[in-house]
Design a protein around this ligand. Structure first.
Ligand SMILES: Nc1ncnc2c1ncn2[C@@H]1O[C@H](COP(=O)(O)OP(=O)(O)OP(=O)(O)O)[C@@H](O)[C@H]1O
Length: 601
């Protein structure tokens, strides 16, 4: 969990070392009872010398056949915590696992990219057990080809919920009568993304819902079913999923939350077992209590540096570009993920970051334009063609130095190697999403930094994060800014001037506006991005609506942050309604003062 404001931060190296010590267990994979071939593979081929603490806690529980609920920080190795025991138990099965036996383990994930990633890890783990076949089904893929693969038999199936349900309903040759494990990876997100109904239907189909008929019982055989739920964050929806799908689960990573006294099993304090209680009602009550208390507080990697930068709306893009330039000048090899709120906004910013050219400013160089950022830029969002999505995901993963501009589709579970910097250019909203976004860096004990952009009117968001145990310090942007030359000259002591009036920012803003105005296609990208951004801003929920208030926005300044000199009209009914509402609210709040209303074009 992050440190609270006020305490002086310990040196970075010490924090990283402490982080590593906290991360790894003092036992070996063999001590956990995993098959020697699997242990050798983990060590020699995958380079995993020892299990992480969460793996050391979860693997024995998963091997014991009990239901399990795991809450552990991002990048602590939860994937292996469920896949290793599954592979271990499958390789020792008698008679030997065969494709005609169908699916034994089902892993549900919220996004296609995570599906591919988990599939990749499963492939590595079964390398020495060729008779165990991993496979995946997910939205965007060819159904007929998936049907053919399911017909042949997939022992460990990774799936997104919608497509899985589709196959359960329509692929008669899909054999799942031997299903033993159902894993919900990123359990809260699966439910957040509107898959709730699909998940309930899936559990109904598989007979894995508490109280649902067990298909296997009808056939006279009983297969012990084991459901595993994992995430770095939990919410009320997981609580519900846990209630309907887990019976007497062992809870891991929830024991440091405020909770009622529960008996722990033989692994001591490392996890909480509710199995030994006699009364079913009592068990359920305790389970619910623990879950409810686990919702609010989040764990973040100890070595993660978290900061925010306060930027007025109109200068946001110029500031983002400046920070990126400074990062890549400081260290040529950088991997940065930038999170934005909408697909259109990703497309626009991707175009700016990858194509913006500029002359460095000195009189001699005036005509010699060069790329503002010289690194590779990738984009990722849910409206892209599946092939392009795959290319971006794989491309960014394999680059040593690059920027990925993405919506929250990249926020969950993705494990891009060597990402050092996360920029949340648009706020994540829910604190849980903040946790997952920043979790794309500082993984498995590595160093990492996260930067959150906030407008002065949004600073209350810091309090919201703090109420979840997440504390940020301010990023020294002025220092970064002063390191850039203006009119070809390195700065000497400058007078304190506002950010918007700073010559570097003004000059960059002019370049941006020129770049956007130069091509109709770019202008359209900017306008679409602007509209979708405003729409997303209005969509904040609950308490956050009081922080991210659309009526406090100056839409002309928002337009400026998309390189637009004029504010585009917010066409479409919902925009018009929103605008009317905004005008009304403004009138009501300041009856005496006349305000200039945003012009329509
Ligand atoms: N025992 C280990 N030793 C070294 N590296 C490991 C070990 N276990 C897993 N890893 C590596 O740690 C990284 C993070 O693992 P993983 O993606 O499973 O984390 P996670 O806890 O699921 O994160 P998130 O919550 O973001 O999904 C991966 O690169 C993985 O290969």
């Amino acid at each position: 969990m992050s440190k609270k404001l006020g305490k002086p931060p310990p040196p970075a190296a010490a924090v990283q070392e402490e982080g590593r010590e906290e991360l790894f267990a003092s036992c070996s994979f063999a001590d956990l009872g995993l098959h020697p071939t699997l242990c050798a593979h983990l060590q020699d081929k995958m380079g995993f010398q020892a299990p992480t603490r969460i793996q050391a806690q979860a693997i024995p529980v998963a091997m014991s056949g009990q239901h399990m609920l795991v809450k552990a920080a991002t990048g602590t190795g939860k994937t292996l915590a469920y896949l290793a025991p599954i592979v271990h138990l499958l390789q020792m099965r008698e008679p030997r696992v065969d494709r005609t036996h169908g699916t034994f383990a089902l892993v549900l994930v919220p996004t296609r990219e995570l599906c591919l990633q988990v599939y990749g890890i499963a492939q590595q783990l079964v390398h020495r057990f060729h008779w165990i076949v991993p496979g995946y089904v997910m939205g965007g893929e060819n159904r007929a080809k998936e049907k053919a693969r399911l017909r042949k038999g997939i022992s460990i199936l990774i799936a997104t919920p919608g497509r899985l349900l589709d196959h359960l309903q329509h692929t008669a040759s899909f054999v799942y009568s031997n299903l033993r494990w159902i894993v919900f990876d990123e359990a809260d997100s699966i439910l957040e993304l509107g898959f709730g109904k699909a998940v309930e239907d899936i559990l109904e189909h598989l007979g894995s819902r508490n109280g649902a008929p067990d298909q296997n019982k009808n056939k006279g055989e009983h297969i012990q079913r084991q459901n595993l739920l994992l995430s770095a964050t939990l919410n009320e929806k997981v609580n519900r999923l846990a209630k309907i799908s887990l019976k007497n689960p062992v809870m891991i990573g929830l024991d440091d939350q405020k909770k009622p006294s529960g008996k722990s099993n033989k692994l001591g304090n490392s996890h909480t077992s509710l199995l030994s209680d006699d009364e079913d009602d009592g068990i359920l009550e305790k389970q619910n209590d623990i879950l409810e208390h686990a919702v609010d507080d989040f764990k973040l990697p100890a070595q993660l540096v978290q900061r925010y930068v306060k930027v007025s709306c109109g200068s946001r893009l110029a500031v983002l570009l400046t920070i990126l330039k400074s990062l890549f000048e400081r260290q040529i090899s950088q991997k940065v993920v930038i999170f934005l709120s909408t697909c259109d906004s990703v497309d626009f910013h991707y175009t700016v970051l990858s194509q913006l050219e500029w002359s460095s400013g000195s009189q001699l160089d005036k005509d010699k334009k060069q790329k503002f950022l010289s690194c590779k830029v990738f984009r990722l969002h849910g409206n892209m063609e599946q092939d392009d999505r795959k290319k971006s995901f794989l491309g960014f993963g394999s680059e040593k130095s690059a920027i990925l501009v993405s919506t929250d589709v990249a926020a969950r579970g993705l494990d891009f190697p060597k990402v050092k910097y996360i920029i949340q250019y648009d706020s994540p909203g829910e604190a849980s999403e903040y946790v997952h976004r920043v979790g794309r860096t500082a993984r498995i004990g590595e160093k990492g930094e996260a930067l959150l952009f906030l407008q002065p009117i949004e600073l209350d968001y810091l309090k919201d994060l703090e109420s979840h145990g997440v504390s940020l310090t301010e990023y020294p942007f002025q220092k970064v800014l002063d390191s850039f030359p203006v009119n070809g000259q390195k700065p000497h002591k400058r007078k304190m001037i506002s950010l918007d009036m700073h010559p570097w920012i003004m000059s960059l803003q002019r370049s941006l506006e020129g770049f956007v105005a130069a091509e109709d296609a770019t202008k359209k990208l900017a306008r679409d991005a602007f509209c979708s951004w405003v729409r997303a801003y209005t969509a904040h929920r609950g308490e956050l609506k009081k922080i991210f208030m659309v009526k406090k926005l100056h839409l002309g300044h928002v337009a400026k942050s998309f390189g637009l000199k004029e504010q585009p009209s917010l066409v479409g009914r919902s925009h018009q309604v929103q605008l009317k509402k905004r005008k009304k609210e403004q009138k009501r709040e300041r009856p005496a003062k006349r305000r200039k209303l945003p012009s329509k074009k």
